[in-house]
Design a protein around this ligand. Sequence first.
Ligand code: NAD
Length: 379
Amino acid sequence: MKLAVPTETRSDEQRVSIVPDIAGRLVGQGVEVVVQAGAGKRAFFPDAAYEEKGAVVRAGPRETTVDADLVTKVHAPTAAEVELLPEGATLVSFLQPAADLDAVRSLSQRKITAFSLDLVPRISRAQSMDALSSQATVSGYLSGLAAAVRLPKFFPLFMTAAGTVPPAKVLVLGAGVAGLQAIATARRLGAQVRAYDVRAAAKEEVQSLGATFVELELETQEGSGGYAREQSEEFLARQRELISNEVAVSDVVITTAAVPGRKAPVLVTTDMVERMVAGSVVVDMAADAGGNCELSEPGVDIDHNGVVVAGLTNPPSAMPTHASFLYSRNVNNFLALLIQDGELRPDFDDEIVVRSCVLRNGEVVNEAATQLLEGKGAS
Ligand code: NAD
C-alpha cells in the first residue's frame, strides 16, 4: 500500500500533512511512504529526515502520487491536484463540502474516496484525530502573540524603579478551542483577561484559566456537537450593544467566534473600534471566514484612527513545525481506522469513518455535499 505526501500548493501554506516521525511509524506498519521532495521544507522537515525514517522522496507532484493508494494533504485539492490523483485512490485532508464544492465534483469524477478531517465527529474516541482542535490551538496561541507584538504597551504588570505599569486589558470574544488558547497565552504574558462566549459551558473553562467571564443578558446559543448555533441578526445586534462598553475599555480585543460552515458573525463594529483608545489592537482570527470585526481584511493590518485591526489568515501555517507535528498525529490516528494489516481497508462500520467520509468510490455520501450539489443549500 502506497501513501503519497505531496507538497501543499497554496502559496500561504507552510505545513505538511505527514512529518518524518509519523512517516517512520507508517513504514514500520508496512506502508510504503512516498514524499514529494521539499514537502516538509517550509515546516523545517528536510527530505533527508524522511529518508532516514524509510520514506522514499520523489521529485514532483506527479511522480509522488502516480501510483498512490492513499494521499494525505492539509488543504482540499485544487483541480490540478485532483488531476494527478490515480483513479480510485483515497484522500485524507481538510475538505469542507460547502467551501470546496468544485473539489468534491472533480474528486467524484475521478472516483476518489475522500475523508475530511473537518467532519470527524466530536466524540471522545475521536479526540486524537480532531485536527480542527489541534490547529485551533495553534491559531489561538498565535493570536495572543499577534496582539502582544502589535500593542505599544506591556502585557504584564511591571513594577520598576521608574514606576508601575498596569497590565494590559485583553478581551477575548469566542472561547472555543482557539479562544481558550488565546486566553491562556495572554494570561501567561501577564495580561488581565476577560472573555465572552455564547455557549454556557465556556464560562467555567474561561474561569479555570484565571480569566473573568463577561456576563451578558442574552440567551445561550448552543448548537450540536459542542458548537454554537447560527445566531439571528437580532441576537447579534443586542450582543454588540451589550459588549460595546467592554470593547471600549480594552487595550486588546481578540475575536475567534466562528459558526461552522457559515460566515463569521460581526461582533465588533466600526463604531466600537472608534470608541477604543488609539494604540489599541483588534486581532480578528475569523478574518478568513468574513471577519468578526467589520473593519478587518484578511492578511492585512488596518490602522483605523490609531487602532490596529489585524485580520489573521491561515494562522496555523505561521507556526508550521508544531502545527504539522499535531496535524500529522491527527492524520495518523485517523489512518488507523483505514489501514488494517498494512492494507487500505476502511472500517465503514465505524461511526468516525462513516461521518468523515465525503465520497466513496466517487459517490458523494455526505448529506450536506449532496444537497449543495443538487442546489438545495447546506442543511
Ligand atoms: P468554533 O471554532 O466553531 O467557534 C469558536 C467559538 O466561537 C465557539 O466557542 C463558539 O461558541 C463561539 N461563538 C460563536 N458565535 C459567537 C458569538 N456571537 N459571540 C461569542 N462567541 C461566539 O468552535 P470550536 O472552538 O472548534 O469548538 C467549540 C467547542 O466545542 C469547544 O470549546 C469544546 O467545548 C467543544 N469541543 C468538543 C470536542 C470533543 O468533545 N471531542 C472537541 C473539540 C471541541
